[in-house]
Write a protein that binds this ligand. Structure first.
Ligand code: AMP
Length: 435
């Protein structure tokens, strides 16, 4: 398939050529023709699959083909709701790139910054509004935005928006939109509340699911280093000092922990910054910008802050702490190995992490190799129990670049993974609220 054969306009094709895109990704192949035909859509796609263009290109083509009604400043004809400021900005930037040969106005509104700049932008008029739900409600309450002309609605990373408690805000926003519209819902997972939302607000949606839920790129190697809790920081430093480690995103479970790690790394001469919900918008943008431009070697992040971060060619993700929810491992690792690039995922695991690692193996459908890192073998060995039933899991290739020993023990804990709300981890896992 080519972009031409998907029915996109010359102006969009030129922008895609400018961006160096030659072939549509699977989600683009599936979603673009359906969206161009005017269907509502439920799309199962994670960050990194090219989902922004999958909804963005049809949306832009739709808007560019029609002149806005009435006089005065333009009112939004497309609304994209996204869970985080980072994702909202990223979507806004991507859409601007795709729309570079069209004369459409765009704005992004999100929390953590002053209202005035956004109020002014809305007053000047916009065609496409990208917004986080909470800040959009603020603007609606001040009557600073009129959504009566919205023709296309996109819910991006809908599961994460629900996970973050935005359901009431989303319902309120959607309840006030014109009934006659196109709605496109993108999500990595589909739990009951999301299905109900889709039933309530979408009309005869077509479903596209290109990447099975909870798969990660085959080009990523996974390994876990067993370590005593007290030595995790030293092990992290040792790993980051390996010559071939490359730029690294490090995950910490807590905001406080993320700050402490970034400080420790800077003191050790490794340029780092932290990104999490307690940092203000400028700090977050500075950290992300520094990382993208290569000024910062290590970005330490919490799960919520990292969602939607798009970094080209990120070679390494390190889980300093394992995520509390196994499915988040997949989201974390989705930052590397994009578009066929090689990546490595390294996890530091203590004896208490064994149940989490079992759950991760189950969600991944393969085994994360346990590899002792030279000089850091733990005093208590980690026991990953043998599966109660024959496992279909296959070993995840342990990393060539590891200078550590051979994998010790690695069994998929098929019987031990947590199953929440009566759902297994394989088909449509629940995304419980953050602890
Ligand atoms: P997304 O899933 O929308 O966040 O996109 C992930 C990354 O893939 C972004 O850096 C996009 O610019 C890039 N991308 C999206 N579609 C294509 C494509 N067809 N060819 C090459 N890169 C793409």
């Amino acid at each position: 398939m080519s972009f031409e054969s998907l029915g996109l306009s010359p102006a969009l094709l030129r922008a895609l050529a400018d961006a160096g895109y030659t072939t549509p990704t699977p989600i683009q192949n599936e979603a673009i023709p359906l969206a161009l035909a005017g269907h509502d859509l439920i799309a199962g796609a994670q960050t990194g699959t090219g989902k922004t263009a999958a909804f963005g290109l049809p949306l832009l083509q739709h808007l560019a083909g029609r002149t806005p009604d009435g006089k005065g400043p333009r009112r939004p004809r497309a609304l994209v709701l996204a869970p985080t400021r980072e994702l909202a900005l990223q979507v806004h930037d991507s859409l601007r790139g795709y729309a570079k040969h069209l004369s459409l106005r765009m704005a992004a509104v999100y929390g953590g910054v002053g209202m005035q700049g956004q109020i002014d932008a809305l007053r000047r008029g916009v065609d496409v509004l990208v917004a986080t739900p909470g800040r959009l409600i603020d603007h609606l309450d001040r009557r600073g935005v009129d959504l009566s002309q919205v023709e296309v609605l996109v819910l991006d990373e809908a599961d994460r928006m629900l996970d973050m408690g935005f359901l009431p805000a989303i319902k309120r926003i959607l309840g006030g939109l014109p009934k006659q519209r196109q709605s496109l819902l993108f999500s990595a997972t589909f739990e009951t509340a999301l299905k109900q939302l889709a039933q309530q607000f979408l009309r005869e949606p077509r479903e596209v699911q290109v990447t099975p839920v909870n798969t990660v790129a085959e080009t990523i190697s996974h390994r876990a280093h067993p370590v005593d809790a007290a030595r995790k920081r030293d092990l992290l430093l040792d790993l980051l000092r390996q010559p071939d480690i490359g730029q690294t995103l490090v995950f910490s479970r807590t905001k406080h922990g993320a700050d402490k790690l970034a400080r420790l790394l800077n003191q050790a001469g490794i340029a780092s910054d932290a990104i999490h919900g307690n940092r203000n918008q400028n700090q977050r943008l500075r950290a992300l910008g520094g990382f993208k431009q290569g000024r910062i070697a290590v970005l330490v992040a919490t799960d919520v802050a990292a969602r939607g971060i798009d970094i080209d060619r990120l070679p390494t993700v390190i889980n300093f702490d394992l995520p509390m929810v196994a499915e988040d491992y997949v989201h974390r690792i989705g930052r590397t190995g994009r578009a066929g690039a090689e990546g490595q995922a390294i996890s530091l695991v203590t004896a208490e992490d064994a149940p989490l690692l079992r759950a991760i193996n189950k969600v991944l459908g393969r085994e994360v190799s346990l590899v002792d890192h030279a000089g850091f073998a733990p005093s208590t060995p980690i026991r990953i129990e043998a599966p109660s039933q024959p496992s279909r899991a296959r070993p995840a290739g342990h990393n060539r670049r590891s200078h550590a020993g051979a994998p010790r023990r690695a069994h998929a804990g098929a019987g031990a993974a947590r199953s929440r709300g009566g759902q297994g981890g394989h088909a449509a896992p629940r995304q419980p609220s953050r602890p």
